[in-house]
Design a protein around this ligand. Structure first.
Ligand code: MF3
Ligand code: CO
Length: 252
């Protein structure tokens, strides 16, 4: 069931989302060779708590950290660790969410560590562009898969692939609500445009893009998703409200 949000609820969600933005901006500034994902995780918690929010991922399905990291060929859900130390040339995905006043905010960025390769740079650019192209389609009366298709087309035209195993999601009083938001147009034999988008829907759109093949596997820690072929992967995410005036990025 899709929960439509009132304007007041969307404002509450914006307040939660803005704490996520502050945390991600703080972490982006901290990213440099020698920093561990543990240090970044602690800082994100500190920002959330200072603002009266609760880190949303810790304890969710028993996830042990507050932030999900993804270095290089990791796709998503890397657990923070003192042993995971960033080095020059890495790219690092940083995915964070909080709960404030009963509502969730969720956003992710992928950040270069020092100088990165031209391919890594292109991957970050194309992944973020695909997210923005998807968001542009999040308007009332569009089908949800207009969002999915805009993301997929851009990524594939640029020669990269969309991860299928994870999707975006509705968000509100729960981290994951209906509808699922795929970053590709599902093809189950029947063509569909997806559910009709309506003012009051709030969705987290989160393309995960691989340089090589779309396949992923989960490491033995039970969480970290990596590309099967070992190629680089990037992830960007925004919490977006569908309004009468079009899409509004709450995690802007
Ligand atoms: N942004 C991710 C998501 O929307 C992070 C949640 S993972 C978990 O699913 F750690 F919280 F489980
Ligand atoms: Co999400």
């Amino acid at each position: 069931m899709i929960h439509l949000k009132t304007k007041e609820e969307i404002n509450k969600m914006r307040s939660a989302a803005q704490i996520v933005v502050e945390a991600l901006n703080t972490l982006r500034e901290m990213v440099e060779p020698g920093v561990s994902t543990w240090d970044l995780d602690k800082k994100a918690e500190e920002v959330a708590i200072k603002r009266g929010a609760i880190p949303a991922f810790k304890g969710y399905s028993d996830y042990p950290g507050s932030v999900c990291f993804a270095i290089n060929s990791e796709v998503v859900h890397g657990i923070p660790s003192k042993k995971k130390i960033l080095k020059e040339g890495d790219i690092v995905g940083i995915d964070f969410g909080v709960i404030l006043d009963g509502f969730y905010g969720d956003s992710a960025i992928t950040v270069p560590v020092g100088e990165i390769s031209a391919m890594a740079h292109k991957l970050l650019k194309v992944t973020e562009e695909s997210l923005l192209k998807g968001i542009q389609e999040a308007t009332p009366d569009n089908g949800l898969f207009e969002v999915s298709g805009a993301i997929q087309s851009h990524v594939e035209e640029m020669g990269f692939s969309i991860v299928r195993s994870f999707v975006g999601h509705g968000i509100g009083k729960n981290l994951h609500e209906d509808p699922q938001v795929p970053n590709f147009v599902p093809n189950n034999g029947k063509r569909s445009n997806g559910v009709k988008l309506k003012p009051g829907m709030v969705i987290a759109i989160e393309p995960m893009v691989n340089v090589g093949k779309p396949d992923i596997k989960i490491l033995s820690d039970g969480w970290t998703a990596v590309t099967v072929d070992g190629t680089l992967s990037a992830h960007f995410e925004h919490t977006v409200a569908v309004t009468e005036n079009g899409p509004v990025i709450l995690t802007q």
